[in-house]
Design a protein around this ligand. Structure first.
Ligand code: WTA
Length: 630
């Protein structure tokens, strides 16, 4: 990416950054990888530990069910922990954690390995076996990472449910995954208040039959209900003789499932994206190493929640695979004051900060004085993920937080991709608002409706043309939906659900989702989820949800509701419905507005035309109305 020829607003990395970076010349790496991308991934895989090597790097004999490193045996948890305890990293910090109330905890690789082994033995003693599903529903505390790693260690499939979700979302995910064990914390701190996770679990479990045991981590100490025969305290189990630190690792096939993670898609229920041990391990290890340029002495902070893919790949697995020190913070960025993040960067000497545009916009609101009170000079690199970053927020982040010396890695990827797909590296010239180009070896394109590549600067559908190691393998229990959802719009290529443009320099610019997914503060929600939560209220006959631009959240949910006959429209009901959605799904799904209507625009086949509602709300032309019923 030769900066001399680039068009527009371009930020070039300093000589210092380039000299320090692992990859010094992106074009050289890209040229090398493009010649034989399988060879590249194979070389990367060789940096990790395998019990048995592979017969094939990529098996594409049953497209689109691609397999990676077939015939090989490994365990991602072994590479995250055991490998490092056998080296001088043994006493290096693996996790550093600060609680919202200010407590600090740290675990060395040795200690994290020990806790993981102990908990793996606890799970085994409860009858959890390879392939069993375990749901994890917690705040951001170290036990969340321990639980994930313990599952991986014994070959159980973890399903982490974001702690911001509530009863209905949790219930649906427990039922679909048939989880045997549920690991929860008594509560979670958020902005000085306690989110009562255990009581949400009690409510959800009234209807979920598969769960046999609930393991409760004490975090808040608030009184909770413990059901005898079902609920057990984590700390009591960890004190039993069975919870010793001798735990033999389960030898997994490369393609054995590692986790499922539910995410919203076009209509219908959330789907469980399935990732595997081998390919996911190679993908997250490699991308984190090159993009965030991991050096031995780094302290790395990904401020996402482990309940989303960003936390899986880049708080837990990627950083530990690289043997780096990963920092985790429990609470809200502005609690008790808007300098909380900047204070922790100074206090712990964080070198890399990876967050979302919504957080940056939220902090920007409070002005520069808050970050300026702190020494942020330890920062070397910044990152962004989750939605397009508007150039104004990008520039603020770059100038005020990065002091114009920290390049911003704007990484585009998805739950389904498992790893960064469009992303710069520190040596790459940046344009605010663009994630630059696909990671070397990844071929992407932007297509029109007929599957033809669009011209530069024209909008089209973003697709991926070559398989990659951390790719989704299937939708758990629903392989047909995997094929129709991702591989059917354009035959032979993976459709991302996003629209994008490519400029004359080949830089990608993401525009947004083209399906019924709304990104609220970077979190992914389906219109269908919000609509069914509304319809579950006795006053509601029908509902439609759309996303509209919002200054801080990126998008906010706006809804249109048809009430049942005889129900009175009033302000009180609006608030009641908003609360109802928050209770069912979680506060992130609470609609910004509810408008009562007498009818909704529908196609002749009865599908709600959300784009018509959206165009009307934005005062735009709804364009093609030929399928509208009336
Ligand atoms: C959006 C999050 C623009 C995109 C890792 C994608 C982005 C969806 C970016 C996936 C980015 C993610 N720039 N848009 N840097 N990163 N997106 O599954 O619409 O929660 O399809 O994964 O987020 O969301 P998900």
């Amino acid at each position: 990416m030769n900066n001399i020829k680039l068009n527009g607003d371009v930020y070039c990395p300093s000589e210092e950054i380039k000299k320090f970076a692992i990859v010094k010349n992106w074009d050289d790496l890209n040229e090398f990888v493009s010649k034989d991308y399988q060879k590249f991934w194979e070389n990367e895989a060789k940096e990790l530990h395998w019990f048995n090597s592979w017969d094939k790097v990529l098996d594409d004999s049953n497209k689109p069910f691609f397999k990676w490193f077939t015939g090989a045996q490994c365990n991602i948890a072994y590479n995250c922990l055991d490998v490092h305890t056998q080296t001088s990293r043994r006493n290096k910090l693996a996790l550093m954690w600060e609680g919202e109330k200010g407590e600090f905890r740290s675990l060395s690789y040795f200690a994290l390995h020990r806790e993981t082994c102990k908990f793996a033995n606890v799970l085994k003693s409860l009858g959890v076996k390879k392939g069993d599903r375990v749901t994890i529903y917690m705040g951001r505390i170290p036990e969340l990472a321990i639980a994930m790693l313990a599952c991986a260690r014994i070959g159980a499939i973890h399903s982490v449910v974001y702690g911001g979700f509530t009863v209905e979302a949790l219930h649906e995910r427990l039922e679909d995954s048939h989880s045997k064990v549920l690991i929860v914390s008594d509560g979670a701190y958020q902005r000085g208040k306690i989110v009562p996770l255990k009581s949400i679990v009690d409510e959800a479990l009234q209807r979920a039959a598969s769960v046999e045991s609930v393991l409760v981590v004490r975090r808040t100490g608030e009184p909770i209900n413990m059901e005898s025969g079902r609920d057990m305290w984590y700390h009591e189990l960890m004190a039993l003789p069975i919870a010793n630190n001798q735990n033999s690792i389960e030898i997994m096939d490369s393609e054995d499932p590692l986790f499922i993670l539910y995410t919203s898609g076009t209509t219908g229920k959330p789907k469980a994206i399935l990732h595997t041990h081998g390919g996911y391990m190679v993908g997250t290890y490699t991308t984190l190493k090159y993009v965030f340029d991991i050096h031995e002495e780094d302290r790395y902070w990904c401020a996402a929640d482990p309940g989303w893919i960003t936390g899986h790949s880049y708080i837990v697995y990627g950083p530990l695979l690289n043997g780096t020190t990963s920092f985790m913070y429990e609470g809200a960025p502005t609690y008790p004051y808007p300098n909380r993040w900047w204070q922790m960067i100074e206090k712990y000497g964080i070198n890399i900060l990876y967050t979302a545009p919504t957080a940056i916009r939220g902090l920007m609101r409070f002005g520069e004085a808050w970050p300026n009170r702190h020494d942020l000079s330890s920062l070397r690199l910044l990152g962004s993920v989750g939605e397009p970053i508007n150039p104004e927020a990008w520039k603020w982040y770059h100038r005020v937080i990065g002091k114009e010396k920290c390049p911003i890695m704007d990484t585009w990827w998805q739950t389904e991709t498992g790893m960064f797909m469009i992303t710069p590296m520190p040596c790459v010239p940046l344009k605010p608002g663009s994630g630059t180009k696909p990671f070397p070896g990844i071929q992407m394109d932007i297509l029109d409706e007929n599957g033809k590549t669009v011209k530069p600067n024209e909008e089209g559908k973003l697709v991926i043309k070559t398989p990659w190691p951390a790719m989704i393998r299937t939708i758990y229990n629903n392989p047909d939906r995997y094929v129709t959802q991702y591989w059917s719009k354009f035959p032979g290529v993976y459709f991302t659900g996003d629209s994008a443009k490519k400029d004359e320099d080949g830089y990608y610019w993401i525009i947004g989702r083209v399906d019924d997914v709304i990104k609220v503060s970077g979190y992914r929600l389906g219109t269908a989820e919000v609509e069914s939560a509304l319809v579950s209220h006795s006053a509601v006959a029908e509902a439609a949800a759309i996303g509209l631009p919002h200054d801080i959240k990126g998008n906010a949910i706006h809804t249109f509701v048809i009430l049942r006959a005889g129900v009175n429209k009033n302000e009180k009901l609006i608030e009641e419905l908003r609360q109802h959605v928050a209770h069912e799904l979680g506060p992130i799904a609470k609609p910004e507005s509810i408008t009562f209507v007498d009818s909704l625009p529908k196609t002749r086949s009865g599908k709600i035309m959300r784009r018509v509602l959206k165009a009307r709300a934005l005062g735009e032309d709804p364009k093609d109305l030929s399928t509208l019923e009336e």
